[in-house]
Design a protein around this ligand. Structure first.
Ligand code: AMP
Length: 531
C-alpha cells in the first residue's frame, strides 16, 4: 500500500475542502467572533506566508503565548503545515521558566496576546534566538517597540499556495512539561504522531468527535495541544468553540448553552466550577460528553454530572509525553447490565488503553500481572508516545528500553482498566497545573532559620490538590510564615505558593531518611475541608 506521509497538512486541507461552511466561534474580551472554516483557511495560509517572509523555515520553532482563541487555532495549523514547529508556551509558568523554555526551544518568532505581553516584556532582553514578536488582539494607540501586529501581517501577506513536502517523522509541535525539580522538559510531537492521535479522538470507543459535534476545548491550548481536541475537531468538521481569555464558570455555561456544545474537555476543577454554576442556574444543555482528565476525576463529580444533569461523563488519562490521550474509561458491553454504583466505580478508573498503544506494569524490573491487586509503574509505548525529551539528559530516566516510564503507579484489573494509586514523581497538581514540591522545599530550606522543610499535595475541594508546607526550625531560631512566603515570591508564580506553612517538631522519615510524604498526606488529607 502507499506510504503517503501522515501529516497535519492533510488535516488542514481535508477540513477546509470538505467543511468550508462549518463555523468557528471564538469568545474574546468584548463578545464572540464567528467565522467559517473557509475564512479560517484563508487567514491560516496568510499566516504561514507571513511567517515565511519573517524567515521562519522548516524545523524552526514558533512560540505561542495565547489563550484558546482564534489566533491560536490559526497558529496551530499555519505553523506545522509550513514545516515549522508549533511551540505552545504555558502562560502560567514562573517568569524564569518561561524565559528558559523560549531559549531552550530556540524560538525564532513569538505570537503573543497583547493582554499577556506584560508577562513577557520584562524577560525580552533574555531571549537569545527570538527574531520577531507578533502581537494579537485589539490594536492599542502604541505598541512596544520592534513588535509586529498580527492582523496587519495577515492582511499584507498572500495566502501560501503550496506546502513543502514533509517527512511524517518530522516535528510539528512541542510542549514543555514540569519536572520533579529544575527546568521544564520539552516534548516534541511528530506529524505522524499527531495525525494518529487525532484519528483516535474520532473513535466511538473514545470521544467519537465528528462533524455533527460542537466542541469546546476548555483545557488550555498551551497544555498538550488542548489534549489534541482542536486537531481532531477541525479535521472531522466539528463546530469549534474557543473559550478565550480566562473564562469563568458563568461564561463557560453561557457558551455551552449558546453554542449548543456537545463535547467539552477540561480538568476536574473546571467541571467542579461548572457543576456549581449548573446548581445555581439549572440549564438544559446539548452536551453529550463531558471529557475530564489531567487529574483523577472523583466519583462524586461523575455522579453529579450523570445523575443530576444527565450529561455522560468520560474520564481520560494521559500526559504531555503521551500526546496526551492514552486511556479512556468507557464501559464495555458486559458492564451495561451492572447497577449504577458499580458502573460508576469503572467510570472513575483511568480506563483502558486506546487502540494503538501498549502498556505494562513494572516494579523492581519485573512485569506484573493484571490482577487488580499488584501495583507498579505504568510504562506505555506507541506511535504517539514521545521517545525522548528535547535535548535533555533527563531523557534516560524516563525512556527506557523503548518504554515511557510514566511515574504513575497503578494496578490494572483483568479487564484492562487502570487504577492509579500514586505517583513516583514528587509533584503536586493543582487545577491541572504542576507545582514541584522539591523546588519549594529547596527554596524554603534556603532560609537561615529553617532546619528542614517538606511540601506535600493535600486534597482540595476546588483545586484537586494544594501545596501544604511543613517546616522544622533550627533550635533557638524564629521565623514566620510570611518570612518564608516572601522567600518564594521571586521564584514561583503566586498560585504555586503553599496555601499554608505548618511549623512542626519533626518530619516523619523512612528508614533511609527520606521524607515520608505519604504519611503527611494521609494525616492532613482533610486540612482543606472547605473552599
Ligand atoms: P501533564 O503532563 O501535565 O498532562 O500531566 C500528566 C500527569 O497527570 C500524569 O502522569 C498523571 O500523574 C496525571 N493525570 C493525568 N490524567 C489523570 C487521570 N485521569 N487520573 C489521575 N492522574 C492523571
Amino acid at each position: 500500500m502507499m506510504k503517503t506521509p501522515l501529516s497535519v497538512q492533510h488535516l488542514f486541507e481535508y477540513a477546509t475542502t470538505y467543511f468550508p461552511d462549518q463555523v468557528i466561534v471564538a469568545r474574546h474580551a468584548h463578545g464572540v467572533h464567528r467565522y467559517t472554516y473557509r475564512e479560517f483557511g484563508e487567514r491560516t495560509r496568510r499566516l504561514s506566508q507571513a511567517l515565511m517572509s519573517l524567515g521562519v523555515g522548516i524545523g524552526d520553532r514558533v512560540g505561542t503565548f495565547l489563550w484558546n482563541d482564534r489566533e491560536h487555532l490559526e497558529s496551530y495549523f499555519a505553523i506545522p503545515t509550513m514545516g515549522a514547529v508549533l511551540h505552545t508556551i504555558n502562560i502560567r509558568l514562573a517568569p524564569n521558566q518561561i524565559a528558559y523554555i523560549i531559549n531552550h526551544a530556540e524560538d525564532r518568532v513569538l505570537i503573543v496576546d497583547r493582554a499577556l505581553w506584560p508577562v513577557l516584556a520584562p524577560l525580552r532582553e533574555q531571549f537569545v534566538t527570538v527574531k520577531a514578536i507578533i502581537l494579537t488582539g485589539e490594536l492599542p494607540e502604541s505598541d512596544p517597540a520592534d513588535t509586529l501586529d498580527y492582523e496587519t501581517l495577515i492582511k499584507s501577506a498572500t495566502p501560501l499556495a503550496r506546502y513543502p513536502d514533509l517527512d511524517e517523522a518530522s516535528p510539528m509541535g512541542m510542549c514543555y512539561t514540569s519536572a520533579t525539580t529544575g527546568n521544564p522538559k520539552g516534548v516534541v510531537y511528530s506529524h505522524r504522531g499527531i495525525y494518529l492521535h487525532s484519528l483516535t479522538l474520532g473513535l466511538a470507543n473514545t470521544m467519537a468527535i465528528g462533524m455533527s459535534d460542537s466542541v469546546l476545548p476548555i483545557v488550555p491550548m498551551f497544555h498538550v495541544n488542548a489534549w489534541g481536541v482542536p486537531f481532531a475537531s477541525l479535521w472531522f468538521g466539528s463546530k469549534i468553540v474557543l473559550p478565550g481569555p480566562a473564562p469563568t464558570p458563568t461564561e463557560l455555561l453561557q457558551l455551552l448553552n449558546d453554542e449548543k456544545v456537545t463535547v467539552a474537555a477540561g480538568v476536574p476543577t473546571v467541571w467542579l466550577g461548572l457543576a456549581r454554576e449548573l446548581d445555581a442556574h439549572p440549564t438544559p444543555l446539548a452536551l453529550r460528553l463531558a471529557v475530564c482528565g489531567g487529574s483523577a476525576a472523583p466519583e462524586s463529580l461523575i455522579r453529579r454530572f450523570e445523575e443530576h444533569y444527565h450529561i455522560p461523563f468520560l474520564h481520560a488519562y494521559g500526559m504531555t509525553e503521551t500526546g496526551p490521550i492514552a486511556s479512556t474509561a468507557r464501559l464495555k458491553t458486559h458492564h451495561i447490565s451492572l447497577d449504577y454504583p458499580r458502573q460508576l466505580g469503572i467510570k472513575a478508573t483511568q480506563g483502558f488503553l486506546v487502540p494503538g498503544l501498549s502498556i505494562q506494569l513494572m516494579r523492581d524490573g519485573a512485569i506484573l500481572p493484571w490482577d487488580g491487586h499488584e501495583f507498579g509503574e505504568m510504562c506505555i509505548r506507541g506511535p504517539w508516545i514521545a521517545d525522548e525529551y528535547f535535548r535533555d539528559e533527563r531523557s534516560r530516566d524516563t525512556f527506557i528500553d523503548g518504554w515511557l516510564h510514566t511515574g504513575d503507579v497503578a494496578s490494572i484489573d483483568p479487564d484492562g482498566y487502570i487504577h492509579i494509586v500514586d505517583r513516583t514523581k514528587d509533584v503536586i497538581k493543582s487545577g491541572g497545573e504542576w507545582i514541584s514540591s522539591v523546588d519549594l522545599e529547596n527554596a524554603l530550606m534556603a532560609h537561615p532559620a529553617v532546619f528542614e522543610a517538606a511540601v506535600v499535595g493535600v486534597p482540595h475541594p476546588k483545586w484537586d490538590e494544594r501545596p501544604l508546607a511543613f517546616v522544622v526550625l533550627k533550635s533557638g531560631e524564629r521565623c514566620t510564615k510570611e518570612d518564608l512566603i516572601a522567600l518564594l515570591a521571586d521564584k514561583f508564580a503566586r498560585w504555586q505558593w503553599p496555601d499554608d506553612v505548618l511549623f512542626v517538631d519533626e518530619i516523619p522519615k523512612t528508614s533511609v531518611g527520606k521524607f515520608l510524604k505519604r504519611t503527611l498526606r494521609e494525616q492532613y488529607q482533610n486540612y482543606f475541608t472547605s473552599v
